[in-house]
Design a protein around this ligand. Structure first.
Ligand code: SF4
Ligand code: SF4
Length: 188
């Protein structure tokens, strides 16, 4: 077939030598490379058994906070939703009823609170905007899921465990922030 350009490079096809036809030296060379890697330090870790320490400024999954008595702090003011550049947060406010003072710290609370994790860019603006220290970005991340609806996190998914009823789960959820039980100084 005639070449369309003059850029054709003729490749020399030398016949294989005796050792090349044996293939053994090439196999041994490949095995030597493989074995040499067995004694090198692994660049990977055995996740999830082992986990890398996160950066101190890591921003992960949001947590809806409670006070030291276990009451929900969120007052459904909507400032986090307004601050969110990804429009990932939605909520519905409700009035606290008499007898519910042990459940909700403020007179208004979020009856429904949702974050779309597929939209969230973990910028932390919701935490910064919150005047009640009711939301913060934790040291964990949203696990993978096969369905889009699995990434819509509701209040049940986001609310921190009750510090009175489940102190261990509460401390675990707070992570290193357990050293600051009153939060990040955002409460007014
Ligand atoms: S971290 Fe940023 S993107 Fe995610 S919910 Fe908060 S404000 Fe929105
Ligand atoms: S999390 Fe904070 S900013 Fe968002 S609605 Fe609740 S109190 Fe307001």
């Amino acid at each position: 077939m005639q070449a369309l350009t003059n850029k054709v490079e003729v490749v020399s096809r030398e016949p294989l030598t005796f050792w090349e036809r044996m293939y053994l030296p090439a196999i041994l060379k490949g095995m030597a490379i493989t074995f040499s890697h067995m004694f090198k330090k692994k660049p990977t870790i055995n996740y999830p058994e082992k986990k890398r320490p996160f950066s101190p400024v890591f921003r992960g999954l949001q947590i809806l906070n409670r006070d030291e008595e276990g009451r929900e702090k969120c007052t459904a003011c909507g400032l986090c939703a307004v601050a969110c550049p990804a429009e990932a947060i939605t909520m519905e406010a409700a009035e606290r009823q008499p007898g519910e003072e042990h459940l909700y710290k403020e007179e208004k609370y979020a009856a429904k609170y949702e974050i779309n994790m597929l939209r969230c860019i973990f910028c932390g603006f919701c935490e910064e905007a919150c005047p009640k220290d009711a939301i913060y970005l934790s040291e964990t991340f949203a696990p993978s899921n096969f369905q889009r609806k699995g990434f819509i996190y509701g209040k049940d998914d986001l609310l921190i465990p009750d510090p009175i009823k489940e102190p261990e789960a509460f401390a675990k959820a707070r992570g290193s922030r357990a050293a600051h039980p009153e939060g990040h100084g955002n409460e007014h």
